[in-house]
Design a binder for this molecule. Structure first.
Ligand code: COA
Length: 211
């Protein structure tokens, strides 16, 4: 079933699709939150983005976990590397080992994980932690940047957040992503540092948005 939602910006032609999926018990172990609401099993078409190719946003499947981490890796190294010193980039986009993959799959923070797909290629990732009202991640592969993929991911994260009864979202933005979140209506709360792997601090901006 397709559901149409209004999207704030009118400056671009229609074009992204947010697709809910039915998940087996096995998959729900990795993306547990996808079990929580029947509303998630509807497909959503949201008009108003710039690419002529639709962006599909859906729940990550367990066998896509490595690709999820690869997109994160590509995005940090391809889009954020000029904004941070090398030691931060190395810690932020560490090598994807089997151990790291296993830890990611355990999903200790109960992240809802999303994948964005354009023309059959997986090009973006998102994550939401309901318990913290936290937009945890939004990363786009450099090859797909500035085509509305990030916007599509955030729109779906916000929809899921609202579906779970959240009234606001918080996030720790990178310096790279600050203008992106600002355009999407997130306000700056404070500038500071965010601790990443091995105690490496990175410049970060705490932002929030009322939903
Ligand atoms: C931030 C990020 C997710 C944006 O994804 P994207 O798919 O390129 O973003 P969109 O195409 O949806 O951009 C929407 C709008 O945000 C703004 N925007 C996006 N990237 C921007 C940038 N680098 N500089 C200035 N404005 C930017 C623009 O207004 C853009 O609209 P426009 O292209 O019509 O000008 C992507 O650049 C990324 O993955 N960055 C590296 C990883 C990172 O720092 N992620 C955030 C972790 S907190």
């Amino acid at each position: 079933m397709l559901r149409t939602a209004r999207f704030a910006s009118e400056r671009r032609p229609p074009c992204f699709v947010v697709r809910g999926e039915r998940h087996s018990e096995q998959n729900c172990g990795t993306i547990p939150c996808l079990q929580r609401s029947d509303a998630w099993f509807e497909d959503t078409v949201i008009p108003a983005l710039q690419s002529s190719m639709p962006v599909i946003v859906r729940g990550m499947q367990a066998d896509e976990a490595r690709r999820f981490l690869e997109i994160h890796h590509e995005s940090v190294r391809g889009l954020a590397a000029t904004d941070y010193p090398t030691n931060v980039i190395e810690a932020w986009a560490a090598p994807i080992t089997d151990e790291r993959l296993q830890r990611f799959l355990q999903n200790g923070d109960d992240e809802i994980r999303l994948i964005a797909e354009v023309d059959g290629e997986l090009v973006g990732i998102g994550a939401l932690v309901i318990a913290n009202s936290e937009l945890r991640a939004c990363y786009v592969s450099p090859t797909a940047a500035r085509r509305g993929v990030g916007t599509a991911l955030v729109a779906e994260i916000e929809r899921l957040a609202r579906d779970h009864g959240l009234r606001e979202l918080h996030l720790e933005s990178s310096v790279t992503a600050e203008p992106f979140y600002a355009v999407l209506g997130y306000d700056i709360e404070k500038r500071g540092e965010h601790m990443i792997a091995h105690g490496v601090p990175m410049a970060a901006i705490t932002m929030r948005k009322s939903l």
